[in-house]
Design a protein around this ligand. Structure first.
Ligand code: SAH
Length: 348
């Protein structure tokens, strides 16, 4: 990944052009009706030609695209310049707009035992351009299908990879998306396994944008969490609690935006005892939203919670006054649901 970023390449190609040209270039990348540099409005022909010769319009290309039966989920396998493949998903949300789910790494080093990506291991970080281009790929995809809704309203960093393990590129991608799309920070969610050093870092980072954060908790019992998430450790929950204190202090008005994700695994973390541990932990944290995720089969030892167990768990939380939501499962017919994103490591 020693390639220059698009911004750096532009600067090296055009040393003497006025600054507004760089902005023109950067914003043209987000025009849904464009598919190459030859059509960029407002740029002189010579510049467009130089760009065409030296830069690819998209840093990745579609290898395969799948559409779920209901038409509300689309998944693309995209091939990167080195031949590696990643996945990105387009899902229709409750408002009838689209949510784009992006990957931040090829593979993942966190090895969560219930996650398909976790099993493939880590290959490399994505560049900011490669992250942004997943969104740009869907822009073009929608534009070519005028019969379906066009508007992408949300972006979630919930595809392959641990976003905070690729901090700098993810931050650049976030800031670029916030600058050149209409999507605001409360419509972007970064989901993390809970990399505490990075969570600490973003609190004091003036360049980290105020996007929403979701922490994959999956158990408020230390031993259970350690057993299912090898990146966890004994003191994790106490340290996370401390961090949330600092987070709320810093972002009073944004306190609602902290979410704990909780994938419901039958007989692993869905008992009354686990619900009680979660209630205690959520109370200590304060204003946090628990998002219960139905487990999507990834072909190993786990089973999804039985409907009765799931309902009982959710009801217990609700009765205790804990804010709780249940995630809809989408795209499981095309293996596009959470934790099902895997592509073989061999490059095509
Ligand atoms: N590395 C990030 C993003 C992971 S994907 C993180 O850990 O948060 C987004 C969510 O899907 C995470 O909460 C992840 O734990 C969850 N997930 C992983 N595998 C899953 C599965 N098989 N079924 C349901 N959710 C899963």
């Amino acid at each position: 990944m020693n390639q220059l970023s698009r911004t750096a390449l532009f600067a090296s190609l055009f040393k003497d052009v006025p600054e507004y040209r760089a902005r023109q270039f950067a914003s043209a990348l987000f025009l849904p009706y464009l598919s190459g540099f030859e059509e960029v409005p407002g740029l002189p022909k010579a510049m467009r030609e130089t760009l065409q010769e030296n830069m690819r319009w998209l840093s990745l290309e579609p290898a395969q695209v799948f559409q779920g039966k209901k038409g509300d989920t689309h998944k693309a396998i995209l091939r990167l310049s080195g031949g590696e493949r990643i996945e990105t998903v387009l899902m229709q949300n409750a408002r009838g707009h689209w949510t784009v789910c992006v990957s931040s790494q090829v593979g993942c080093a966190m090895a969560c035992t219930f996650c398909a990506t976790g099993k493939m291991g880590f290959t490399r970080n994505l560049s900011a351009d490669e992250i942004i281009d997943q969104y740009r790929f869907w822009l073009g995809y929608l534009h070519a299908r005028p019969e379906i809704p066009q508007y992408i309203s949300n972006i979630v960093f919930m595809g392959m990879g641990e976003p905070l393990a690729n901090y700098a590129e993810v931050r650049t991608a976030l800031n670029t998306l916030l600058t050149y799309t209409e999507i605001g920070p409360t419509r972007i969610t970064v989901s993390t396994v809970g990399l505490l050093p990075m969570l600490e870092r973003l609190l004091d980072d003036p360049e980290w944008p105020p996007v929403r954060l979701a922490v994959s908790l999956h158990s408020a019992d230390g031993a259970t969490r350690r057993a299912i998430m090898p990146s966890s450790y004994d003191a994790f929950l106490e340290k996370l609690l401390e961090w949330t204190g600092k987070y709320f202090e810093k972002f009073q008005s944004r306190r609602r935006h902290l979410t704990f994700e909780y994938v419901m695994l039958s007989k692993v973390n869905d008992s009354v005892r686990h619900a009680e541990a979660l209630i205690r932990f959520a109370r200590r944290v304060g204003k946090v939203r628990i998002n219960l995720i139905p487990y999507n089969f990834t072909g190993e030892v786990y089973r999804d919670s039985l409907p009765g167990d799931f309902d009982r768990f959710e009801a217990k939380l609700r009765e205790a006054g804990v804010q709780v939501t249940r995630r809809r499962t989408m795209g499981d017919d095309i293996a596009a649901a959470c934790g099902q994103l895997i592509v073989e490591k061999t490059s095509a």
